[in-house]
Design a protein around this ligand. Structure first.
Ligand SMILES: C[C@@](CO)(OP(=O)(O)O)[C@H](O)COP(=O)(O)OP(=O)(O)OC[C@H]1O[C@@H](n2ccc(N)nc2=O)[C@H](O)[C@@H]1O
Ligand SMILES: Nc1ncnc2c1ncn2[C@@H]1O[C@H](COP(=O)(O)OP(=O)(O)O)[C@@H](O)[C@H]1O
Length: 292
């Protein structure tokens, strides 16, 4: 049995720097990963001639219902991509079980992280040239490449142009989602309708020696998708206001196209206490170390 964690991706900042002819937006974003995540387990299964993907997917966990209407899970799309590039026949199929711990359509790339985890598992299980995996990831979605390694990275292009970032100090993340699913394309469209202006790329410092340095850097950045998301979903304002007010919170911001917001904390216990207070509002909230 093989087990892979599909960690939540957090955009610490997200600037829109341009737009391609196909409508995709060019980004400059600093992505990191949280301890929270989905889990994907795989075990070998007999081959079924009738099953086109040689993969069977079962879904459990607290947010499994959020995928009930999804007729083409990114994990199965990843399986079909791998099938195209496999170099040999199969000795066995795969039974995959996704434990869906992350809210769906929530700005923390859960589906992308699941797809990347599936690519890692299937590349190891079947004979696949590792060098082909990044191209498959790019085809599956703009956020999938960064989720392959799950390490802090600067994302440019539409997300596929990845580069290393200065070392980060350790810190703790609070993730809060008020229970609404947000459509990524709709938020990009709202940004445009709101006359969003393209930004210059950010200049990264050579290092962030401590959390104060990281916070003061982040305070000079923004998430360009936050205002359009807040305008569409006022509850995001409530999440940001509460998160920012909780003891020990050094900054609060929305991730990706929302609605999940994050708080940055120096101390684990303060982040854990903040999560309890957010859960008392009926929101999903988790706290844990940032994977810096
Ligand atoms: C906004 C971000 C920031 O990391 O995160 P999430 O909110 O999804 O977590 C990502 O760029 C989302 O990546 P992902 O969710 O994989 O996007 P895709 O499936 O490739 O694209 C969905 C749709 O979003 C829009 N899109 C996506 C990425 C991008 N750079 N520009 C875009 O305009 C397009 O309308 C596209 O049709
Ligand atoms: N394994 C998966 N987990 C989550 N969403 C998935 C998955 N497979 C397909 N999807 C679809 O992808 C969309 C984006 O989901 P997700 O990655 O959770 O959000 P976001 O792009 O906001 O970070 C959802 O609307 C869902 O229908």
């Amino acid at each position: 049995m093989k087990r892979e964690k599909a960690h939540a991706k957090i955009n610490l900042y997200l600037h829109i720097t341009g737009r391609r002819d196909d409508g995709y937006h060019l980004l400059d974003s600093l992505a990191i990963f949280a301890a929270s995540g989905d889990e994907l387990t795989a075990s070998a299964a007999p081959l079924h001639k009738s099953h086109p993907d040689d993969v069977t997917l079962e879904i459990d966990g607290p947010f499994a219902d959020g995928l009930a209407d999804c007729d083409d899970n990114l994990i199965l799309r990843a399986a079909r991509s791998v099938k195209r590039v496999r170099t040999s026949g199969l000795a066995s199929g795969l039974l995959l079980t996704l434990t869906k711990n992350l809210p769906v359509a929530s700005g923390i790339g859960g589906g992308s992280a699941d797809a990347a985890a599936a690519l890692r598992i299937m590349a190891a299980h079947w004979e696949v040239d590792e060098a082909q995996i990044p191209a498959l990831a790019r085809e599956l979605g703009a956020d999938v490449p960064v989720c392959l390694k799950q390490r802090p990275a600067r994302m440019r292009g539409i997300g596929e142009d990845l580069s290393a970032v200065p070392a980060m100090p350790p810190f703790h993340l609070l993730l809060v989602n008020p229970g609404i699913a947000v459509s990524t394309p709709a938020i990009f469209t709202s940004w445009k309708a709101d006359h969003g202006r393209f930004r210059q790329e950010v200049e990264l410092p050579p290092a962030w020696p401590d959390l104060d340095a990281l916070i003061s850097f982040l305070n000079r950045t923004t998430n360009d998708l936050q205002d359009p998301a807040r305008a569409n979903y006022p509850v995001i304002d409530q999440v940001l206001t509460l998160t920012a007010s909780l003891p020990g919170c050094r900054m609060a911001r929305m991730s990706g196209s929302g609605a999940t917001c994050f708080g940055i904390f120096a101390a684990a216990e303060e982040a854990a206490q903040a999560a309890r207070q957010c859960r008392a509002k009926g929101w999903w909230a988790e706290a844990g170390p940032a994977l810096t």
